[in-house]
Ligand binder design. Structure first.
Ligand SMILES: [Zn+2]
Length: 344
């Protein structure tokens, strides 16, 4: 079943005057093919895997309006158009009861989201791009960073088009970047908060560099000087554990996180930094697995007299202050305070 609409070289006026009319015009998931000055090579841009992350779609709309031509062919995949357009605009990560599309890039592909992911993989196979960049926003406010499954100079070079911070993570969750191989380096770029003007601007500037540069892969021994965070561990909630955000313990919830917890994004927390309040044991409330599959909960958090603290100096990121995301995804990611993996 063919779900994607294929559009070749849309003209500058074809997208309408704003991103909403652009998405309405796509009429569902879309694949836009932009012919390059060098038509012998192709790059891929994927965006809107999550319908509530607008920066990539906004950047692409702005690019189309600008009337510029890319250096090489670019195949642009705009995925969760229906979720993005579900009112209010850009509020749905996915449609109700649908799976998270960026967890669907591995078999089985047997539901609607799986089929969509499978078709994205098929489009990429067909075009055989030299690189794939997947643009996202974080749900909370915060700085930009790139993510890739293993470190090599091609991933460094691609991420450097957007940001100087790189997370190396191979959690095998079925994300698009999991398909990355030498033939087709794939990176995820989180350009910043979904509501941040700065994030929209960075997405556009980075997209222009990605589309216009004659070379985006590393040509030699460039030292990119990225800040690297290795093998982060996700802190997840156990089933049926309730969570809220407040400035004092909420008696009706198992866990209360401080409302300003996202201020620690990419900062270092010490064992004395109060994160919130919790009733129960660390392992009763949370789950966390390290890269070797061992339980890491007590390496991340410690509950002392009902107060929740980091178990050791840590660097935290992707901290959410949205209970629904914390429940369905995770509360935050953590590495050691120097960016290395947390060892036992
Ligand atoms: Zn996302």
């Amino acid at each position: 079943m063919r779900r994607f609409n294929f559009i070749r070289d849309p003209g500058p006026g074809s997208g309408g005057s704003n991103v909403e009319s652009f998405l309405r015009g796509l009429d569902g998931p879309a694949c836009l093919f932009l012919s390059g000055q060098d038509s012998g090579r192709t790059r891929a841009l994927v965006t809107l895997l999550h319908g509530n992350e607008p920066s990539g779609a906004m950047a692409l709309h702005r690019w189309l309006q600008s009337g510029q031509h890319p250096a090489v062919n670019v195949v642009c995949i705009v995925a969760s158009v229906a979720a993005a357009l579900a009112a209010p605009l850009f509020s749905h990560r996915m449609l109700p009861r649908a799976r998270d599309l960026n967890r669907c890039f591995r078999p089985p592909f047997d539901d609607a989201q799986g089929a969509l992911a499978e078709e994205i993989l098929e489009i990429l196979r067909l075009h055989h791009p030299e690189a794939v960049v997947d643009l996202h926003n974080t749900s909370g406010s915060g700085p930009a960073f790139g993510v890739c499954t293993h470190m090599d100079r091609q991933h460094d070079a691609l991420v450097s088009l957007f940001t100087r911070r790189l997370i190396v993570s191979n959690l095998g969750l079925g994300a698009l970047m999991d398909i990355s191989e030498d033939a087709c380096p794939t990176v995820t770029v989180e350009v910043g908060g979904r509501l941040d003007e700065q994030a929209h601007e960075l997405a556009y500037e980075g997209l222009c560099r990605y589309f216009l540069a004659p070379q985006v892969l590393d040509q030699g021994a460039t030292e990119w000087g990225l800040e690297v965070l290795r093998d982060p561990i996700r802190l997840e909630l156990n089933d049926n554990v309730t969570l809220t955000y407040a400035d004092q313990p909420s008696p009706n919830y198992d866990i209360t996180l401080k409302t300003d917890i996202e201020h620690h994004n990419f900062g270092t927390v010490s064992p004395g930094t109060l994160l919130g309040w919790a009733r129960g044991t660390e392992r009763g409330l949370f789950s966390a697995l390290d890269a070797g599959g061992r339980c890491a909960v007590t390496r991340l958090v410690r509950i002392d007299n009902g107060e929740l603290y980091p178990a050791r100096p840590l660097k935290l990121f992707m901290i959410t202050n949205n209970a629904a995301i914390a429940e369905s995804d995770c509360l935050f990611y953590a590495v050691a305070d120097d960016g290395s993996a947390i060892c036992s």
